[in-house]
Design a protein around this ligand. Structure first.
Ligand code: SF4
Length: 323
C-alpha cells in the first residue's frame, strides 16, 4: 500500500496494490498465508533453510517455508516449486507467532504442482501398482516412488540380496563426493534416470529380516505384572531401513517393564504427504488408523493424540481448535 500526499495541491493519493492477495484470500487453503507478519521465525527454525539458504529455498521474492505460498499467490504456482524442499517436520509451526500450518500449505502446493503435470502410461501403471489414489496419478514418477516407498521396500525386502546388489560394496551415506563418478551399474543408472537418486549416493541396504519379523521372532517376556501397555508403530523406514532402532526401542521398553506389541508395517501417510499426494496420504492414514484401532481402547488420550496430531492435523480434521 502506498500513500502520497502532495502539499502543493493539498491532494492525497492512496494506491492499493493487490498483487494476487484477493485471489489468496478466496483460496480455501492459501488464505492462511495472509496471516503472515514476515517475522522470519519460521526461516530461523527450519533445518533445510538453515542448511541451503534462501537462494535454493526461495523464489524471486519470498523465501523459506512460507515463501512458496506467497510466490504462488503473488506470481504463479510454478515459482513455488522450491517449497518442495519442505520435509513437513512442523518445527516452524511451533515457532510461528500466528501458528500458520506451513507444512500443510506446502503439501498443497506440491499437490497442485503434481496436478498440472501431464499423465502418462508409466505414471498410470505405477499408480495402479502402488494403489495410489486416482487423483494422484499425474504425480511425477520420482515422487510416486518416494510417496509409496513402503511398496518398493516391501518387495525389495523379500529379495534383499538381489535388491542390495545394485549397490554392493558401497557404504550407505547421505553425502555425495564430487570426485566420485558414482556407481555405473545399470540398476543405478535406471534409478537415477527414473527416480532421481544420484549415482554417487549409496542406498540404504534392505534388511534380511524386517523389524516386524525380527520383533516377532523374539520370545516376549511374561506380561504378568506389566501394567503399562505400549504399541510400537512399525513405520516403513524403521521396518525396512533402521530395524536396529526399532529393536532397541522394543528391548528398552520391555526392560522398563512395559508390555510391548509391535504393529504390522503399514504406510501412515507422511511419505505420500511429503510428495504432495494428499489423497493417497489420506488413504494411508486411514490404513494406519485401522491397524492401530484395536489397541486404542484404554489408551492414554494424550499419547494417542500426540502421535497423530503433529503428523496428520489436516488428514483427520484435528485442526487447531478442534478436540
Ligand atoms: S513465522 Fe509465521 S508469521 Fe513469521 S514469517 Fe513465518 S509464517 Fe510468517
Amino acid at each position: 500500500m502506498y500513500w502520497f500526499h502532495s502539499l502543493k495541491r493539498g491532494l492525497s493519493h492512496l494506491v492499493l496494490i493487490d498483487n494476487g492477495r484477493l485471489k489468496m484470500r478466496d483460496d480455501p487453503v492459501f488464505h492462511e498465508a495472509l496471516n503472515c507478519i514476515r517475522c522470519g521465525a519460521c526461516l530461523n527454525s527450519c533445518a533445510n533453510f538453515q542448511t541451503v539458504g534462501g537462494h535454493a529455498f526461495g523464489g524471486e521474492t519470498y523465501s523459506g517455508g512460507i515463501g512458496g505460498s506467497w510466490e504462488a499467490g503473488t506470481s504463479k504456482l510454478e515459482n513455488a516449486r522450491f517449497s518442495e524442499l519442505c520435509t513437513g517436520c512442523t518445527r516452524c509451526v511451533q515457532n510461528c507467532p500466528v501458528r500458520i500450518d506451513i507444512p500443510w500449505l506446502n503439501a498443497n502446493l506440491a499437490s497442485r504442482l503434481n496436478h498440472i503435470e501431464p499423465s502418462s502410461a508409466t505414471k498410470s501403471l505405477l499408480g495402479s501398482l502402488t494403489d495410489a489414489d486416482s487423483v494422484d496419478r499425474t504425480t511425477p514418477v520420482s515422487k510416486m516412488f518416494f510417496g509409496n516407498y513402503h511398496y518398493f521396500a516391501k518387495w525389495g525386502s523379500r529379495f534383499p540380496s538381489i535388491a542390495n546388489s545394485a549397490d554392493a560394496g558401497r557404504t550407505p551415506s547421505t553425502r555425495t563426493n564430487s570426485s566420485d563418478e558414482g556407481n555405473s551399474s545399470l540398476a543405478r543408472v535406471m534409478i537415477e534416470k527414473l527416480v532421481g537418486v544420484d549415482r554417487r549416493r549409496a542406498l540404504p541396504p534392505l534388511p534380511k529380516q524386517t523389524f516386524v519379523e525380527e520383533a516377532n521372532s523374539i520370545e516376549p517376556p511374561s506380561n504378568k505384572g506389566r501394567e503399562i501397555k505400549v504399541v510400537i508403530f512399525a513405520d516403513a523406514f524403521t521396518n525396512y531401513g533402521m530395524t536396529s532402532r526399532g529393536i532397541a526401542t522394543l528391548m528398552v521398553l520391555r526392560e522398563l517393564g512395559a508390555d510391548v506389541v509391535v504393529s504390522e508395517c503399514v504406510p501412515e501417510g507422511r511419505a505420500a504427504m511429503s510428495q504432495g499426494m494428499i489423497a493417497t496420504a489420506k488413504q494411508h492414514a486411514r490404513a494406519a488408523t485401522r491397524e492401530l484401532d484395536p489397541h486404542r481402547k484404554g489408551a492414554c488420550r494424550k499419547s494417542w493424540f500426540s502421535f497423530w496430531r503433529p503428523c496428520h492435523p489436516a488428514l483427520f480434521s484435528f485442526r487447531r481448535g478442534c478436540s
